[in-house]
Ligand binder design. Structure first.
Ligand code: BG6
Length: 464
């Protein structure tokens, strides 16, 4: 006997994506750092596939929105690309071709009854700004981002009600400056990484201020990858490691975004270590006065942490002085991606937001199951029977439902993703979509999970 779990009225059932991972390069005015990485080193990308064509969303969006509607999506998040919208990066002047594309895209979403959420930054720093100024290490770039944001609000702010400043800002220092898995692929640059955290928080606050100054009639938030850190044991050393991992990787963005200030213990530790971000009184005031209207949470897998065995391994300052990750033996692993599956973390995140962040309104802005070699699940009629994905979503949604029943202020669930899309160096290795994309001819085919979403959205409920 199955149980029906009903979600609040008006719940968002949708999916997320981003401009650089879907649109392709047609019509773009500048390269972002991922484009440059691909152009200069194709071998770093799975099967040599890049963002040059991706899922060709620049051309396919009219048909793609119809398919999104067909699978019951009532909302969709993508991003406005800095490198497409802005012609002159110093002045923030818009490029007419970019404006035309986004205006039409926004209109097509509306025509299909899809609430569009526009995000401003999804790991896509214009390469010129990295090379000339050091990217997010520069306060000048913070101001250029504000100009880009202002242009986006002026051009599209009357038609788009929901905006976000950044997607997973922590990934920028983490992947680009600490562990080297995104461009510029630096390793061990702890001090610079901390500086970037400070500057991105400031950039987000300045963009929020620009939005409020624009007097548009909508809301603005931020999308954070919140990764609960569970300690290996009850020891005080492991507890300290978990506390640090939570403060550094989650709270260093969550606290400024919602409370307008950084976690005190973390600031004290970074100051003592001589690596604290460089923010003036005025910068801090800007952060304090420009907090978000809502929060988006991306959740894929938790962190399992313990006290570091080798805290002095790195020459420069690194967060790894205070924690290390390990593989939890009892954990369930997604065999097609290698990530732990731990649905209860959704409940834990919801309770944390409810208890410690004023029960701010929030939604799941990404959750999903990447699968390598998904072709093996294709049936004779051409459709992919992705029951593993349906089970994955049902389990996560059940935990979310429980939290909502207990008062969590959650208003939606976005899967990653609608159409299979390109990802940073994994390219199309791990497929995530409700709708499959054939890279040969760019044809689309709804997967079983897409039909599942339609039922869930129509009923505003899951059956488990
Ligand atoms: C999220 C990002 O962290 O994970 C997306 O916001 C990304 O941009 C997604 O594509 C899935 O990651 P991957 O590497 O499995 O494709």
């Amino acid at each position: 006997m199955k149980h029906k779990l009903t979600f609040p009225d008006g719940f968002w059932w949708g999916a997320a994506s981003s401009g650089p991972q879907t649109e392709g390069w047609a019509g773009k005015k500048h390269e972002n750092v991922m484009d440059t990485w691909y152009r200069t080193s194709r071998k770093d990308f799975f099967d040599g596939v890049g963002p040059d064509v991706a899922s060709d969303f620049y051309h396919t969006y009219p048909e793609d929105f119809k398919l999104m509607k067909e699978i019951g999506m009532n909302s969709f998040r993508t991003s406005v690309q800095w490198t497409r919208l802005i012609k002159d990066l110093e002045t923030g002047e818009a490029d007419p071709e970019g404006v035309k594309f986004y205006k039409d895209m926004i209109a097509k979403a509306k025509k299909n009854g899809i609430e569009l959420i526009l995000n401003l930054h999804h790991f896509d720093m214009p390469t010129e700004l990295l090379e000339k100024y050091g990217g997010w290490q520069s306060k000048h770039v913070v101001d250029l981002f504000k100009k880009f944001a202002k242009t986006a609000f002026e051009e599209f702010g009357d038609d788009v009600r929901y905006w976000t400043t950044f997607n997973e800002p922590m990934v920028i220092p983490e992947a680009g400056w600490l562990y080297g898995f995104h461009y510029p692929k630096l390793v061990g640059q702890g001090k610079e990484a901390v500086e970037i955290i400070g500057n991105i928080n400031l950039a987000s606050a300045k963009a929020i201020k620009a939005y409020r100054d624009s007097k548009k009639n909508g809301e603005i938030g931020i999308i954070l990858n919140l990764t609960p850190a569970y300690p290996e044991s009850d020891s005080k050393e492991d507890a300290a490691a978990a506390k640090f991992a939570d403060e550094f990787f989650n709270q260093s963005f969550l606290d400024p975004a919602i409370k307008g200030e950084f976690p005190k213990d973390l600031e004290e530790l970074l100051r003592k270590d001589g690596v604290l971000w460089d923010l003036s009184e005025e910068d801090r005031k800007t952060i304090a006065e420009n907090t978000v209207d809502f929060l988006g949470v991306n959740y894929y897998h938790p962190k399992r942490v313990r006290a570091p065995k080798n805290p002095d391994k790195y020459e420069n300052w690194m967060p790894d002085r205070y924690f290390e990750e390990y593989e939890w033996k009892e954990g369930r692993i997604n065999p097609y991606r290698g990530w732990e599956i731990f649905p209860k973390a959704i409940y834990d995140i919801a309770k944390n937001v409810q208890d410690n962040y004023g029960n701010i309104k929030w939604f799941i802005s990404e959750n999903g199951m990447g699968v390598e070699g998904e072709e093996r699940f294709r049936k004779e009629d051409g459709s992919i029977e992705d029951d593993y994905r349906i089970d994955f979503y049902n389990e996560h949604l059940a935990h979310l439902h429980k939290a909502i029943e207990e008062g969590s202020n959650c208003f939606g669930f976005h899967a990653w993703t609608a159409m299979d899309c390109w990802s940073w160096n994994n390219a199309y290795k791990n497929r995530y979509g409700f709708i499959g994309v054939d890279l040969g001819d760019q044809s689309r085919k709804i997967k079983k999970s897409g039909r599942w979403l339609k039922e869930v959205s129509d009923e505003n409920a899951i059956l488990i």
